[in-house]
Design a protein around this ligand. Structure first.
Ligand code: IMP
Length: 185
């Protein structure tokens, strides 16, 4: 499957994603029983994961969003720009941050620091994907979908240059290092 100039192939099929999202929702429902957490989605990539996840969470939840842009500067030190901040809805609340992917961990590390300024009661993190080999900053993930290899992926909310977010499956770059089809266990 081609997106712009790059060739991708299916890595995690939608059925497998749905099953895992249901499991995460069940776990969250159990762990937060008797509580009303606020889910904070990290835009843009979280939109499909968050949407499927909240439908399966059997609790009274609130939902809000934040948006960051991260890039590596020329000195190779990471920088994060806040585009949509938190609001006071999280003050004194049990918060669950919802991320599409933790790659270097830069965004997550920054978010965890920022969120403390709004005095939440507790903070947990759910991420659909995590690339352990890419991690450079301390990151915490309490509810993880899949650990994946250190390769570029698209689909299910994740984009390549703005495209591919609407794909139901998760795709991985097709090159010689990635023979075979589905590899996520
Ligand atoms: P970080 O390096 O952990 O700060 O990741 C920052 C953001 O980069 C993530 O929230 C994603 O939006 C994006 N990102 C990281 N890896 C990928 C990928 O493989 N495909 C698409 N987007 C990615």
């Amino acid at each position: 499957m081609k997106i712009k100039d790059l060739d991708f192939r299916v890595y995690i099929p939608n059925e497998k994603i749905n099953n895992r999202v249901e499991e995460l929702a069940e776990q969250i429902t159990w762990d937060f029983r008797g509580k009303s957490p606020v889910l904070v989605g990290v835009l843009n990539g979280c939109f499909m994961f968050l949407s499927d996840l909240v439908k399966e969470i059997d609790l009274d939840v609130e939902i809000c969003f934040t948006k960051y842009s991260s890039y590596q500067s020329t000195e190779s030190s990471g920088k994060v720009i806040e585009l949509i901040g938190f609001d006071n809805v999280i003050k004194g609340k049990d918060v669950i941050i919802v991320e599409d992917i933790v790659d270097t961990g830069l965004t997550m590390g920054h978010l965890l620091k920022e969120i403390q300024k709004f005095s939440p009661k507790s903070v947990k993190v759910t991420a659909l994907l995590y690339k352990p080999e890419a991690l450079k900053h301390e990151a915490k993930i309490d509810y993880l979908g899949f650990e994946i290899k250190n390769k570029f992926v698209v689909g299910y909310g994740l984009d390549y240059d703005g495209f591919g977010r609407n794909l139901k499956d998760i795709y991985i770059l097709n090159n010689n290092d990635n023979p075979g089809t589905t590899e996520v266990g």
